[in-house]
Write a protein that binds this ligand. Structure first.
Ligand code: ZN
Length: 286
């Protein structure tokens, strides 16, 4: 993101614009917040984590490229994702700033560092990884390209990054707000600085020197909105809808561990789904 950023203004909120940036190739806030504004904000939130919905699928999918090796989870929370990899024979390391969450992760036998990403890479500049998992980070940071390039430099040749992030301005959201004449309800300032859809995240990964090798989405929760269950206004309804999805996924996983993965990969190809999980490999071409 820089002063050269420009593009169609999708929305103006709290003195900031949300632009479809032609320079960056994805939607982001403009102008950017100052470091101070962001620091004050981040000191006061993040007492909880965003749950990842596709823990099983990540372990299942990665076997297509790597049987096992080393994995770094950035923002590992209580080590939920790493536990799955650990059981599958992976050497797991996590970074987590939240002290309580980091302690729980460590109690599971995971090597956890309660330091920032920058401090971690300063501490271990030469340490290389077969896989890096970065869930719910790219939407929060001012320089996602710089961040991805940093990760790329710390990946083994043919190393894989798994990024997970909300799928914003997706077709189901857009259909819903068009029908009910609403503004984009998913804009969350200054929490989310960037808003990626399939095109936006693929542009970003390519610019950072990655090649997308697989993509999946999580269940399109907006389907409940489209069917009249307005969970945006009713949090308990949201929990109820989410519970239905969890149960459906449990049954399908037991029947066939690869079935959900196939279903969600086909939804990703349509750009549909609440969140995206994208597997990308360091590109040979640069
Ligand atoms: Zn831009």
């Amino acid at each position: 993101m820089s002063t050269d950023c420009h593009g169609d203004v999708l929305l103006t909120k709290e003195g900031h614009q949300i632009i479809n940036c032609e320079r960056c190739g994805y939607i982001h806030v403009f102008p950017l917040y100052s470091e101070e504004e962001l620091e004050i904000f981040y000191e006061n939130v993040y007492a909880e984590s965003t749950p990842s919905y596709l823990w099983h699928e990540k372990v299942y999918n990665i076997r297509k490229w790597k049987k096992n090796g080393t994995i770094l989870d950035i923002g590992c929370w209580e080590g939920n994702q790493l536990e799955f990899f650990q059981k599958d024979g992976w050497q797991c390391v996590g970074i987590e700033l939240n002290k309580k969450a980091a302690t729980i992760a460590a109690s599971k036998g995971i090597e956890v560092y309660q330091i920032s990403i920058r401090q971690f890479f300063d501490k271990f500049p030469q340490r290389k990884w077969d896989v890096i998992n970065a869930a719910y980070i790219l939407e929060h940071i001012p320089d996602p390209v710089g961040f991805l390039v940093r990760l790329k430099n710390n990946l083994e040749p043919k190393g894989i990054i798994i990024v997970e992030l909300p799928n914003e301005f997706n077709p189901f959201q857009l259909a819903y707000i068009k029908e009910y004449k609403l503004l984009p309800y998913w804009i969350a300032l200054p929490d989310h600085l960037n808003y990626f859809d399939k095109r936006g995240i693929e542009n970003l990964l390519q610019r950072a020197g990655f090649e997308v090798i697989h993509g999946e989405t999580s269940f399109p929760m907006e389907m409940f909105l489209l069917m009249g269950d307005n969970y945006l206004q009713d949090r308990s309804l949201g929990k109820h809808c989410f519970g239905k999805v969890v149960e459906m996924e449990r049954i399908l996983r037991q029947y066939d561990p690869g079935l959900l993965s196939e279903l969600y990969a086909s939804l990703y190809r349509c750009g549909i789904g609440r969140s995206m999980v994208i597997y990308a490999q360091v590109s040979d071409r640069r």
